[in-house]
Ligand binder design. Sequence first.
Ligand SMILES: [Zn+2]
Length: 165
Amino acid sequence: MAHIHTRKGEFDFTVSGILVHEGRTLLLKHKFLPLWTPPAGHIELDETPEVALYREIKEEAGIDRKDLTLLSTNNDMPQFDRQRSSAVPTPFDIESHPIGDDGHQHIDLGYILESATDSVRPADGESQEFKWFTHDELDLFTNAPISIIKRGQYAIQLINGRKEQ
Ligand SMILES: [Zn+2]
């Protein structure tokens, strides 16, 4: 989807879905750039982060919500009574980074999801190049920003740790 704000000093909110399946995490090659990222994209003006997250994963990886388990990574979030409001799942990580040449920035909400499938079917028009990476493969991979590598490794370790308990 297109950027929402494009002027210097403006921010778009985005989501990233760090998917893990059997000790591997999914990265997809960017449509145009020599850059690999997890399924990610803008939170459109009519979307909650959760809605944007599942839409982007479906578009870019073809994985349905029914095959995904969103990890709760903040057990300290208070459980208030809410009347006309609803809790939004808390990301495991939030970062901002500059995008492109126009000076706008992204505030990215990172979520970790366990995927029941490794079958990836990107929609038409999306990048068709992807790979599930192990922790060690990420150490050697240079076509992604360091925070993407570290987020993927963190997600693999977190899910491994929960399984060993
Ligand atoms: Zn943007």
